[in-house]
Design a protein around this ligand. Sequence first.
Ligand SMILES: NC(=O)c1ccc[n+]([C@@H]2O[C@H](COP(=O)([O-])OP(=O)(O)OC[C@H]3O[C@@H](n4cnc5c(N)ncnc54)[C@H](OP(=O)(O)O)[C@@H]3O)[C@@H](O)[C@H]2O)c1
Length: 267
Amino acid sequence: MNMPVLGFGTFRLQDELAYQSTLSALKLGYRHIDTAQIYGNEEQVGQAIADSQINHNEIFVTTKVWNDNLTQLKLLDSVKQSLSKLQLDAVDLLLVHWPAAPAGVEMEEYLNAMLEAKKAGLTREIGLSNFTVSQIKQAAETISMDDIFTNQVEVHPYLQNNTLGEFCDNAGLHITAYMPFAYGKVLKDEVIQSIAHSHQATPAQVVLAWLRQKNMTTIPSSTNEQNMQANMQSLWLTLNEAEIQAIAKLDCGDRQATPDFSPQWDE
Ligand SMILES: NC(=O)c1ccc[n+]([C@@H]2O[C@H](COP(=O)([O-])OP(=O)(O)OC[C@H]3O[C@@H](n4cnc5c(N)ncnc54)[C@H](OP(=O)(O)O)[C@@H]3O)[C@@H](O)[C@H]2O)c1
């Protein structure tokens, strides 16, 4: 199936909360779930998918290979373990979580292992996450741009990632925007609140509509059914050009996800 433009993120959701939130999201109509090996919730996500009684073919599931598993030796086995936890034969999308393989492992090694996972039918698509322009170029020389389904990166009004965005647009590489609310920070912004007010919408809906109108997929997370439902309704909100321009001016490079193994980010 195609990747729905609005998905459901599961970072930080653990145990019963991961299960209940994913189940609620599915019941409310979400058909795109984003998890990762490192989130430690693939089992709960898988159980929620099974218990939702929705046909697996109707749900787009993404998981991400953690840094330690980015080797020829470990990658495929780690994906098989993910699939077993998720109770799935294959995921729709398998991402390299970070360009941060163990020391001495070249990109070529783990990207070829990602392709092998696809050829073995463990995933329908493969992609990248947290890759910079130069790393995407290197990846496209190693495998090919056509093999790369998306680059999942942090994008929200305070970190618009325009250099990367322009490169991906020109290269025909789709961007999936993670942490669309900067974990809640941008929802307090006065400009966003005022745009929301004029549409009788919520700040979260404004941010999600803005990302959709930038042709990005996004994956907000929520543990609250009202928020999940309101976020879905952003699909019916359209911002005008002046509003889009006003949000463009909020960019201030305020990055949230900066672990010590981060790449040298694009300016
Ligand atoms: N590839 C990567 O390296 C990477 C890194 C980070 C994140 N991600 C993915 O991106 C997803 C989203 O990022 P995130 O979870 O870190 O942060 P986020 O989606 O930006 O923010 C989540 C926060 O927003 C709140 N929220 C959600 N909807 C709301 C609404 N309508 N009104 C008010 N508050 C609302 C949630 O609270 P409630 O629970 O109360 O609703 C939660 O505290 C992750 O879950 C993960 O799947 C990927």
